[in-house]
Design a protein around this ligand. Sequence first.
Ligand code: SAM
Length: 282
Amino acid sequence: MPRAQESGGVLTLVASPIGNDLDLSPRARREIEEADLIAAEDTRRFWDLCRREGLSPRGRVISYYDQVEKDKAGKIAEEVLAGARAVLISDAGTPVINDPGYVVVNEAAKRGARVTACPGPCAALLALILSGFRADRFCYEGFIPRKEGERKREFERLRGEERTSIYYESARRLEESLKDMREALGPGRRICIARELTKEHEEVLRLSLGEACGLKGIMGEVALVVEGRPPRKGRAADFVQEAEKAACGGERLKDAVKEIARREGIPSRELYEKVQESRRGK
Ligand code: SAM
């Protein structure tokens, strides 16, 4: 990939408020006012923000949403390369995070244009830091799948996940998702429902899945944080004897391996291979 060239052009990803306009940073205001070109997810919402905040952008404002990303990204990148100061801004929060942006970042970077970011609100990160769960390692998973089968598979996968996971979810589907989550992870796993962050009615609920399933009438915008499972007690090799014992007791080796692997959150194939290796005397 080429090094960024010194045309003076730059693409700046500008984070915007997710509920409290005071979160629009002084730098974001300057970038918006001084840009030659502003690519906004929704131009109407962008102008609303400008009106509320008394901003007077001098540049051209174009719409830039998921469906036009591929068409417009290359052109924006070319303008930056030719020396334009461009801003990319989404309706609320940090561009690219479940919002348009990565295509133009990639196009600009590929061509050697300078890309930078003006940081600010992001619901996922706010929910994470307010959850009280470990944040030394975490996974951002975007929106919970709408289709039941996919959703259930996603939550099954979480059984063995030691990292804290963050999801976005619509309040309408929350009850159903929490029920599926409880089924997959058990009632004891802790979660955090972060609602209406930075807004007047911000609410952060830290509770078990059992408790969460009793909740009714959660409204507004929601980010969901799921605590990771406790660190594994051991590696696959540590459970070979237990699997062998179960097999000696009459259980099918494959079933025993599957059950232990599920319980311990380790890949069952790995445990099965360890049992076979130990049988071969490795
Ligand atoms: N790019 C945005 C960001 O940085 O947070 C996320 C955009 S995504 C399309 C919108 C989703 O983010 C909402 O459906 C909701 O799940 C979550 N979200 C946005 N604002 C929120 C808020 N104030 N409180 C809680 N969740 C929020």
